[in-house]
Write a protein that binds this ligand. Structure first.
Ligand SMILES: C[S@@+](CC[C@H](N)C(=O)[O-])C[C@H]1O[C@@H](n2cnc3c(N)ncnc32)[C@H](O)[C@@H]1O
Length: 212
């Protein structure tokens, strides 16, 4: 076991929640601790992701995706959006002079304020044209009981990417420059529910905006 494999990794924990096989013992143990506190860490987010398109960052996506020239997988860091935007593979696949959709689902809460996630999202926004869409979901502690949420965030503090829950106002700032579509920025379980059984407790906000 390498040191990296012994430390819970948030992407591999998420893989475990979704029933995947790309995870190690340390990931499974940490994920099981989270599941004891909340049985539904991924399901509302997964529904949001499915309704948009899904995301494969940090997983062996190249092997899973079609090689039709219309899909590309880049490994990058949201904290350095300039590198992602300049990647020749992205430029060859996505025409940024046309409206595009940017999905930032369950990822911004892994970027602390010290790394200025607002600037990163603004850079992505500024690289797209009006009519482009930003869909995001983000962990919050708003309206949640203190003890289990503290226990949950404590587990993630041991992981590769500690969690940074944000308030509704703080999440709304990511959507500056976008016109929110109905029902606005709401708890993810309330964002156009698709009939799936909803979690009793919603751990995050979700919203979709169209760039002005
Ligand atoms: C909870 S998963 C969500 C995955 C996917 N967006 C979805 O909704 O199914 C969080 C993902 O954020 C990624 N992540 C964390 N910090 C990141 C960063 N600074 N840049 C890019 N990805 C990051 C992790 O690798 C992990 O794949």
């Amino acid at each position: 076991m390498t040191e990296a494999e012994n430390r819970p990794n948030v992407a591999r924990m998420y893989d475990y929640y979704l029933g995947g096989c790309h995870n190690f013992a340390a990931d499974r143990a940490a994920a099981e601790e989270v599941l004891k506190i909340s049985r539904t860490p991924a399901s509302p987010r997964r529904a949001t992701a499915r309704s948009c398109a899904g995301s494969c960052a940090g997983r062996p996506s190249r092997a899973l995706l079609p090689t039709d020239g219309r899909t590309v997988v880049l490994q990058g860091d949201l904290r350095r959006p300039g590198e992602l935007l300049a990647d020749p593979a992205l430029r060859a696949t996505i025409d940024l002079s046309e409206p595009v959709a940017v999905l930032l689902l369950a990822v911004l809460h892994f970027v602390p304020d010290a790394d200025d996630p607002y600037a990163a999202v603004a850079k992505l926004r500024d690289a797209t044209v009006p009519g482009s869409v930003l869909a995001l979901s983000h962990l919050t502690l708003d309206g949640l009981p203190t003890l289990p949420t503290e226990q949950g965030t404590a587990i993630y503090r041991r992981s590769s990417s500690p969690l940074v829950p944000r308030s509704r106002d703080e999440v709304a700032r990511f959507l500056d420059g976008y016109e929110l579509v109905d029902p606005g920025l709401v708890k993810v379980a309330d964002w156009r529910p698709d009939g799936e059984p909803q979690a009793a407790v919603s751990h995050g906000y979700g919203g979709v905006g169209v760039r002005r």
